[in-house]
Design a binder for this molecule. Structure first.
Ligand code: GDP
Ligand code: MN
Length: 397
């Protein structure tokens, strides 16, 4: 689960990391008061969306030359004006995709004078199964770009969980970043703080881009992007409360309410499968037959009729779906339950695209009979390959 920059900065502040003072604004009429509570002479007005690249982004249907979602203001009035201009509009960045994201919240912050922009991230490195630090002197840039073009400007290493964070880790980062004097000490402390926050709150990813050296020579976190391990949210009520559902894909959100594992993709064949492995195999075999899956959907081992119905609704609500493949292996799950769920769903939401159903396992005969007797236009398939071939043929002709 991701959170907004202003929420991440509040957490950083709680832990004692250096951030600017700021106020979040949800309604246009709050902007002036919020800006007025902050010290000038510079204000930064920042669109809060769960995507990076806001500074270089642009508003949809904006006139040429109108700049993006991070703006500097020289007075309270200007800050107010900028906030009002951004609220409710759709910001497009290289991370949002062409549809962009609607700006529902603005963060107004005291502006900083910047001497240097650096890059810092903490993440879970899957290769070493450890928390890793990544830092670079090239702050404010896309780290992917730096990694591709000048990899020597990136330092990354993982921390042994037995010893945890040690001051030498911080010094290594400080020297790589070319920090001087008291900044080294600040860096050692800041990295320790970030590591503690990362581990205590089950953070998955924490990116500070840029981490700056201010005019006055102090380190400060100027931007903050933070994602948490969803499987650990149950033990962090404070973090779970930061969820902003308006930032999530509505289909993925509906799926999460019914405990379905659903990921939207951009293909044309909707898939309903039980078991993550079978779902992966189903996506592979659709590709093998020359089409693309519209989603990953695992209804789980103990799916009920209601869950299957909901899954079906989510798939059919996707306008890109030109055909549906239901692929179920009834182990714990019984094929007759699945069949009833599919029939109930089709009756409820209607069926405007071809549907191929492949059932195998417990009660497969009853399941097939239920589908045959339903009178619905369902194409039956016997095995995985047959099913994929049939749905691709039905969609592509
Ligand atoms: P992003 O574009 O979504 O990554 O948003 P950032 O928070 O990283 O802001 C983008 C850029 O705006 C930064 O790299 C800075 O150059 C600039 N910026 C942000 N805050 C300040 C500030 O307080 N003072 C100054 N001078 N520039 C800022
Ligand atoms: Mn940034």
């Amino acid at each position: 689960m991701n959170i907004h920059e202003y929420q991440a900065k509040a957490l950083l502040r709680d832990y004692g990391a250096p951030v600017s003072d700021g106020r979040v604004v949800m309604r246009a009429e709050e902007a002036k008061t919020a800006a007025g509570e902050l010290e000038g002479p510079l204000w930064v007005v920042k669109a809060q969306i769960h995507a990076g690249g806001r500074g270089k982004g642009h508003f949809k249907e904006a006139g040429a030359g109108e700049k993006g979602g991070v703006r500097l203001a020289k007075s309270v009035e200007e800050a107010d004006e900028e906030a009002r201009r951004m609220l409710g509009r759709t910001l497009v960045t290289h991370q949002t995709g062409p549809d962009g994201k609607e700006v529902g919240r603005i963060y107004i912050e005291e502006g900083s004078g910047i001497a240097r922009e650096l890059y810092l991230a903490l993440l879970v490195d899957r290769q070493t199964s450890r928390v890793s630090f990544v830092c670079s002197t090239e702050g404010g840039m896309d780290i992917e770009e730096v990694a591709a073009e000048t990899p020597e400007k990136i330092l990354s290493f993982s921390v042994d969980p037995v010893t945890g964070y040690q001051p030498f880790h911080g010094r290594r980062i400080a020297f790589m970043l070319g920090l001087e004097g008291k900044q080294v000490k600040q860096c050692v402390a800041l990295m320790g703080t970030l590591y503690r926050l990362f581990v205590e709150k089950d953070v998955e990813m924490l990116e500070i881009n840029p981490l700056i050296v201010t005019d006055a020579g102090e380190l400060k976190c100027l931007d903050a992007k933070m994602g948490f391990d969803s499987n650990a949210l149950y033990r962090h009520g404070d973090i779970a409360a930061l969820r902003d559902e308006s930032e999530e894909d509505p289909k993925e959100l509906a799926a999460s309410k019914y405990d379905l594992n659903y990921i939207a993709l951009d293909g044309e064949i909707g898939c309903m499968v039980n078991g993550a492995g079978l779902a992966m195999a189903t996506m592979d075999i659709i590709k093998l037959h020359g089409a693309e899956p519209a989603n990953f959907l695992d209804v789980g081992g103990g799916a009920t009729k209601e869950k299957v119905t909901e899954a079906f609704k989510i798939i059919t609500s996707d306008a890109n779906v030109k055909g549906i493949l239901v692929n179920i292996f009834g182990g714990i799950m019984r094929c007759d339950i699945i069949a009833e769920g599919v029939i109930a769903a089709v009756k409820e939401v209607g069926l405007e695209v071809p549907l191929v159903v492949r059932l195998e396992g417990t009660n497969v005969e009853q399941g097939k009979a239920i589908i045959d007797q339903s009178g619905l236009n369902v194409i039956a398939a016997d095995d995985l390959s047959d099913a994929a071939a049939k749905i691709v043929k039905a969609v592509k002709g």
